[in-house]
Structure formats: C-alpha cells, structure tokens
Design a protein around this ligand. Structure first.
Ligand SMILES: [Zn+2]
Length: 407
C-alpha cells in the first residue's frame, strides 16, 4: 500500500481537502482524508507529492480520433455548412488508401490525450479504426460506431450490419463499442428507430448523437430547407419522401422515442429552454464542446442555461479538425470564460464524474473514493493557491500534469 500526501485532494464527490492524503492498494483507492486527522498507520510507504492538486483523470466525452490527421487542415468558418464543406475538401485533398496516415495520427492523438490528463474518451468513429489503438492505450473508452444514412432503402439492414461489425470486435475491460447516430439531419427517422431498438437490447449501452449544433440544422428540421438541404441534394443523399418534422431537433428526437438517460446529446448550441427541459426530464446528458462550436461557425453554446436548467453536462473537445488540441483543461477554461456564473466545482464535476457516468464507467472512474481505480492526476499548483477549483478551470498545460504512480 502507498499513502500519498498532497497540498490538495479533489475527490469531486466532496469538497477539496487541503493538506490531504489518500491510500492506494493494488491500483485502487482504499482511504482518504485530511492530514490533521487520524492517518492510516499501517507501515504503508509514504509519498509526499508536494504542491499539487490530485483529481480524477478527466473525461473527454466527445471526440473523433479518426479525424486527427486533419489537424489544422480545416479553416475556421462563420457558417457550419461551410466548415462541413471544408472537411470534405480536406478529406479529398488527402486520400489515405493505406490508412497509415490516419492510424499514425490516431496514435499521436492518444498520446496527447493521456498527456493532457484524460482517462476516458467517448470516441465517434465511422470506421471503427480507432478501436484497436484504444485497446493498446491506457485510456478507457466507448467507441460510438456512428451511422450516417439519410436516404437508404434498408434502414434495419444498415443497423444490423453495424451491429455485426461491433460484435466482431473484442472488447476489453476498458474499451467497448456502441452505436451512434450522426444527427437528426443526416440519419433518417427509420434508421434512428432501428438504432434505438438495437441499443435497447443492451441495458448498459450508451448512445450518441449531435443535436442542435447549427442554425442550418434548426432551419432544416423546421422547414426542410436551407444550406443543409442544398448539400444533401448535391451529395445525392436527399430523400424526396422525407417530411420535415417542424419544431426543434430535440422535440423531434423526443417524439421519436430516441431520448433517454443513455443518450449523449452533443453540442446543443441552438437548444431552446423547452429543449433543455426535455433533456432534464429524460436524464439525457448534454456534451458541450465550445471551442469546436467557435471554430465551425455553430456559435457559442448557452452554457449558463445548461447548468441553470439542471441539465447533466459533460465536456468534449470534439475532433482535431475543429479544435486546436485534445486538452479538456483548455476546454474547461473556455467554459469558464463563456459562463462566469457557473461554479468551478460544477465545471470540474462535468469534466470528471458526469462524463464517467454518461459513458458507463462510474463504478471505476470519475471521483476519488474507496474502491475506485487510482487513475488520478497530480496537477502542479502555486504554493499560495487559495481557490484550487478556480485555478484548475483557468487553463492547465500538459507540463503541469503527472499521473499518480507514474514517473
Ligand atoms: Zn462530433
């Protein structure tokens, strides 16, 4: 057993402990407390970590690791569909038949995520190419096999085929795969229904979908027109039989029976307060990625509303095609700037416990509590730090971060 002492411990499940300690045995936390109180005296090896804040490894609840090779390749846009066209151009400009460029970039992204203090990722993949690299990494992950199928003659066949591909993967204790839908404007109602039914067969499977990301989505769902309709027609993906649902994307997904406590609804930039009420009613987790929203032209998400309405909020960086890095601490600093009235403890809770719960890893991750894995970070903090939670949401660089138990 090793007993660690540190200037600050942030269990997340309780307020920060100043001059605290925690004990680790066989990779799991067995006890913690304040140094002034009774400390386990059992001959444990004692390690003094000094001026650091110890907190659970962070959760990046939404990224697309397979797009890492497009880092710095897609320029910022003032409209979302312009950014989507930029991704399509960047892909065309860099065909990668061997897949080597994509896989090398995935490996680099995994190293970067770990160096930035990430313990778990919610990874969106259209190819499942990230699954095997993730199993070789120290990360825990759910890989969401994301379907894009607006106009298909065989919606159930599309989903059944995806399920078979997932079944062929060998999950590990830490890395699992599930299904995701791209968005209400790129997945037909019947494919959404088939995904829903497939997910329903597994009581623990989470599901992901991009929702209310852009003004173009709002327009398309409301009246079937606008730049998104034009793009679908250009791509030959428009379905003339499709009837615009009217209302909002959240209303449409709710009426389709898609929303529940296992869904990660990503972005929500253009959600109405009535939409937020629906997420609360279903226990759906909203994953916010504000740096990506700025880059893609989607706009600034109403983060204060998310928290004020009581939505469960997790945090993602989105992909390196729309975000400068995979540092969740940097994402936290952007949330802090956009939402000055949201408390630092609430933001840290989103980056740890909420993400771990949404992805189904809360038995082992997300807080520092007896029984949980000691997958913990030591972040260097100035010796005179008074408000450690505020400091941790002010922007932490990788060179301030060490993993407990690693040199
Ligand atoms: Zn995304």
């Amino acid at each position: 057993m090793i007993r660690y002492h540190a200037a600050w411990i942030l269990p997340i499940s309780e307020p920060p402990i100043r001059d605290g300690w925690f004990a680790v045995d066989r990779g799991r936390v067995v006890a913690l407390g304040a140094a002034g109180k009774r400390v386990l005296s059992d001959g444990a090896q004692v390690v003094n970590l000094g001026d650091v804040a110890v907190l659970p490894g962070l959760v990046n609840a939404h990224t697309h690791l397979e797009l890492s090779y497009l880092r710095d390749e897609v320029p910022p846009a003032s409209r979302f569909v312009t950014w989507v066209r930029g991704v399509m151009n960047a892909r065309r400009a860099r065909p990668d038949p061997s897949g080597k460029e994509i896989l090398d970039a995935v490996d680099g992204a995994l190293r970067e995520a770990v160096a930035c203090g990430t313990a778990i990722v919610g990874d969106i993949s259209n190819t499942l190419v990230t699954f095997e690299p993730l199993t070789r990494s120290s990360l825990a992950a759910v890989v969401f096999y994301e379907l894009i199928a607006f106009n298909t003659p065989d919606p159930e066949g599309v989903v059944a085929h995806a399920c078979r591909e997932i079944e062929e993967l060998v999950p590990t204790e830490r890395v699992r795969a599930s299904l995701g839908a791209h968005a209400p404007y790129s997945v037909s109602p019947l494919v959404l229904r088939a995904i829903r039914q497939a997910i329903g067969r597994d009581p623990f499977a989470p599901c992901s979908i991009h929702v209310s990301e852009s003004a173009e989505e709002v327009e398309f769902i409301r009246n079937g027109g606008g730049p998104w309709r034009v793009l679908l027609e250009e791509l030959g993906s428009w379905d003339p039989a499709w009837v615009p649902p009217g209302g909002t994307s959240v209303q449409f997904l709710d009426d389709s029976g898609f929303l529940d406590g296992r869904v990660l609804a990503v972005h929500g930039v253009h959600m109405t307060t009535a939409d937020l009420d629906r997420l609360v009613a279903h226990g759906t987790t909203l994953v916010t990625c504000p740096r990506s929203n700025g880059h893609t032209g989607a706009g600034a998400p109403p983060i204060e509303d998310f928290y004020n309405y009581g939505v469960k909020v997790a945090i993602g960086t989105d992909s390196l095609a729309s975000s400068p890095d995979l540092n969740v601490f940097a994402e936290l600093a952007t949330l802090r700037a956009l939402a000055p009235t949201v408390s630092a403890p609430a933001l840290l809770d989103s980056a740890t416990r909420q993400g771990a719960r949404a992805l189904g890893f809360d038995a082992d991750y997300g807080t520092i509590e007896p029984g949980k894995l000691a997958r913990l970070l030591a972040v260097s903090v100035p010796a005179d730090t008074e408000d450690v939670e505020e400091y941790l949401v002010s922007g932490i660089e990788p060179d301030q971060i060490r993993w407990i138990g690693e040199p």
